[in-house]
Design a protein around this ligand. Structure first.
Ligand code: NAD
Ligand code: LMR
Length: 345
């Protein structure tokens, strides 16, 4: 999933590492007491690349942080609630404390799906949560790179962009929707189907993060040969991989552990990119490569977050059919987010 560092990238890395070595890397996790937030905070606490983890949620973060603080790793950890209660007990409180000094903010706050729901059914609850949290980011860490996990990602990322614009701090290089789980699923399912080494796979998955807006480019997997039936089965399984987990969890939520892993890969990828390593991952970003103003495609990471939004090459005839179906849906979901963010209160 991550490309190897070139020697020129390593030279750049040395210059930037000096900067980050002085003050370290702080990651804030908003929604840190949740199903994704807890294991994601733990993976961040374990990472040798992270110096501080600021956990924030409306419940539970002092306990999460106290618990994680007993792990013997270098990252300092704090647990913050909106008003009363914090960990360590003498620490500063609230969203401000979690966000101040953050280089990266990962947002998995919000409600998950139950069987029978689409991600868009979460809009009414999660749109407001993301809006409020991103307002906090604009105020307390306007230069941080934001990774949005909360669904519906196709709409919550445009909401975040509008909030940041209103606050006068929008930088499209610093706002990304996390679609890494789609790539993880594609790698896993393709490796099983083709009997390949999963650690060597990096299937590009483009579009958005909901149903048919998720488009794995199976035609671009080197050495793979799919029957028509397998191509169809795999494409649909990757598009609806989230539903598979929602159904299996039978009302208790959606993917959390695989998402925490994917969110952590994304976070580490961002940090490595910031330090000058050559890292390319698919992510949902502001984009001009299609008619949709936000689109997931391979993105080069760099010092500011996004270094370059890359194209996705030539689609097969099969992929082109899905692509044409996806674009109107994606544009509608983007417009819904923009309209929400700009609605009069
Ligand atoms: P969860 O209910 O287990 O956890 C969500 C957490 O958010 C809770 O602890 C809750 O207290 C917290 N929260 C709610 N409002 C908040 C606020 N205003 N400020 C701070 N925290 C707040 O849910 P989960 O399973 O962790 O899923 C979280 C979100 O991630 C859902 O919207 C889900 O659909 C989404 N998700 C996205 C992907 C992806 O690939 N992008 C994958 C899986 C899940
Ligand atoms: C996923 O892809 O697992 C997440 O978007 C959660 C969901 O609702 O499916």
């Amino acid at each position: 999933m991550l490309r190897a560092a070139s020697s020129s990238a390593r030279t750049a890395s040395r210059a930037l590492t000096t900067v980050t070595a002085e003050r370290g890397i702080k990651v804030a996790v908003l929604g840190a007491a949740g199903g994704i937030g807890q294991p994601l905070s733990m993976l961040c606490k374990l990472s040798p690349l992270i110096d501080e983890v600021g956990c924030y949620d409306v419940v539970g973060t002092p306990g999460v942080a106290a618990d994680l603080s007993h792990i013997p790793s270098k990252a300092k950890i704090t647990g913050n609630l909106p008003s009363s209660g914090t960990w360590p007990p003498s620490g500063n409180k609230g969203l401000e404390a979690a966000l101040t000094g953050a280089d990266i903010v990962i947002i998995p706050a919000g409600v998950p799906r139950k069987p029978g729901m689409t991600r868009d059914d979460l809009f009414n609850t999660n749109a407001g949560i993301v809006k409020t949290l991103v307002e906090g980011c604009a105020k307390f860490c306007p230069n941080a790179v934001l990774g949005i996990i909360s669904n519906p990602v196709n709409s919550t990322v445009p909401i975040a962009a509008e909030v940041l614009k209103k606050a006068g701090v929008y930088n499209p290089k610093k706002l990304l929707g996390v679609t890494t789980l789609d790539v993880c699923r594609a790698n896993t399912f393709v490796a099983e189907n083709q009997n390949m080494d999963v650690s060597k796979l990096n299937v590009p998955v483009i579009g958005g993060h909901a149903g048919i807006t998720i488009l794995p480019l199976l035609s671009q997997v080197p050495g793979a040969k799919f029957s028509d039936a397998d191509r169809e089965k795999l494409t649909v399984r990757i598009q609806f991989g989230g539903d598979e987990v929602v159904a299996a969890k039978a009302g208790s939520g959606s993917a959390t552990l695989s998402m925490a892993y994917a969110g952590f890969l994304f976070t580490e990828g961002l940090i490595k990119g910031m330090k000058g390593e050559d890292v390319t991952m698919c992510a949902y970003v502001e984009s001009t490569i299609t008619e949709a103003s936000f689109f997931a495609s391979p993105v080069k990471f760099g010092p500011e977050g996004v270094k370059e939004v890359l194209g996705f090459g030539t689609l097969s005839a099969y992929e082109k059919v899905w692509f044409d179906k996806m674009i109107p849906d994606l544009k509608k979901q983007i417009a819904k987010g923009i309209e929400f963010a700009n609605a009069k209160p």
